[in-house]
Design a protein around this ligand. Structure first.
Ligand code: CMC
Length: 393
């Protein structure tokens, strides 16, 4: 194996150069294009952060207006998409729908196949960021049998999403500004995270020259698993299963037991060996939203707070440097807002679409870009001679 190193799980392999996101896992630092995540979450809007991730700089007022205009004018999906949805079972997991419908967008936009044209790349990027929330809300509306809501261009990105989720044609829906702000924060915090599994999937799919809609669909598939984006759903399911504070020790014991596959969902990270900076902001937002909705003393919040407190003091978690990650609190916020648990990973996908697109664009623009092609250590049979079926045992 002289020509390559063996690194299963890519623990020690940098697969690309990137100027988008910086993480210092030991210090608990996350920056987008050099800006600390705390400052962006505090002061920025999601579309401003999307601009920053994709273009590399914070926009001027005119640039942001222009960007917002283009995104909001691509929020509708082709009307034939409505019929595409009716092929799914009503009880389908919305992530199953998302993998399919985002990939299907490439069947509507033939220009997306020409990835060598920067104009076509740009319009595909805008379409993806604009349409994924529409498709996400449609997957929810479909599951509850309500009509799809058309996007509203006068709303912000997050207000529009809440409108498409919770609005109905027969009554006016007013997005609550505190909830809008919380959605914006969730989206900002999830927007990019350098070369995680789904982003690496998008880059690998894209490295062959596949169109961006297909690449983002691949990213959504990779995100779905409980070790990655699926952790927010798994975390809330776990908190509900724990149910009351007195049952926490049993779950802590199980998480530490080598013979039990159970892990504390929303804890631990491949890169962060310190508090996930996103989790800190999420925790504040959880208090804000639950306080606003009068749900601060909910059993779920009590279980989460107590679980965090116990785990952070437990030797096992301390020694292995297992801290709460971004998924630990995001679910509590979304649940309090009325977003169903099955939609949590879809919310993650919606946010990460921007990061995936930024990473894909960065890769394609790189002149020396090569197809991603890992090697392997072959451990199978050595050369064997074919035997006809009557001679086999
Ligand atoms: N509960 C109990 N033990 C854990 C946990 C946990 N949540 N996470 C890691 N460990 C243990 C693990 O058993 C291993 O122990 P040992 O060294 O004795 O074998 C050690 O800590 C290191 O874990 P690992 O699986 O080798 O570490 P990794 O970098 O491969 O995995 C992880 C990182 C995020 C997949 C893992 O911590 C995990 O499964 N966490 C729970 C799922 C989760 O919350 N995922 C969301 C990640 S953040 C959002 C995102 O990126 O999508």
């Amino acid at each position: 194996h002289k020509h390559f190193t063996y690194d299963p799980g890519f623990l020690a392999t940098a697969a690309c150069e990137s100027k988008i996101t910086y993480i210092d896992g030991d210090a608990g630092v996350l920056q987008y294009r050099g800006y600390p995540i705390e400052q962006l979450a505090e002061n920025s809007s999601f579309l401003e952060v999307a601009y920053l991730l994709i273009k590399g700089e914070l926009p001027s007022k005119a640039e942001l207006d222009n960007w917002t205009y283009h995104i909001t004018h691509h929020t509708m999906v082709h009307d034939q998409m409505n019929r595409f949805f009716s092929g799914f079972r009503r009880d389908a997991h919305p992530m199953a729908i998302m993998v399919a419908v985002v990939g299907a967008l490439s069947s509507f936009y033939h220009d997306s196949l020409d990835i060598n044209n920067p104009k076509h790349r740009e319009i595909s990027a805008i379409r993806l960021i604009a349409k994924v929330p529409t498709l996400a809300a449609m997957s929810y509306k479909y599951s509850i049998g309500q009509p799809f809501m058309y996007p509203r261009n006068e709303y912000s990105y997050s207000a529009n999403f809440l409108h498409m989720m919770f609005g109905v044609p027969c009554a006016e829906y007013q997005p609550d500004p505190i909830l809008v702000r919380a959605i914006d924060r969730i989206l900002i915090l999830h927007a990019d995270h350098e070369q995680n599994a789904s982003t690496s999937t998008v880059r690998l799919a894209g490295s062959s020259g596949a169109n961006p809609f297909a690449c983002i669909a691949a990213g959504i598939a990779s995100l779905w698993g409980p070790a990655h984006g699926g952790a927010n759903e798994a975390c809330l399911t776990m908190l509900e299963e724990i149910g009351s504070v007195d049952r926490i020790p049993e779950y802590i014991r199980r998480a530490k037991d080598k013979n039990d596959p159970f892990r504390l969902m929303g804890f631990g990270h491949r890169v962060y060996k310190n508090f996930d900076p996103r989790a800190k902001i999420m925790r504040e937002t959880a208090h804000e939203v639950l306080g606003h909705l009068g749900a601060e003393n909910s059993e779920l919040m009590k279980v989460a707070m107590e679980l965090e407190r116990i785990a952070l003091q437990d030797d096992y978690f301390v020694e292995k440097k297992l801290y709460p990650n971004v998924d630990f609190y995001s679910g509590i916020i979304m649940k309090a807002m009325g977003i169903p648990v099955s939609m949590f990973t879809v919310m993650f996908a919606m946010a990460r679409t921007t990061g995936w697109v930024a990473q894909w664009m960065e890769m394609i623009a790189e002149p020396s870009q090569k197809i991603g092609r890992p090697r392997q250590l072959y451990t199978g049979e050595k050369h064997r001679e074919y035997q006809s079926i009557d001679k086999r045992k």
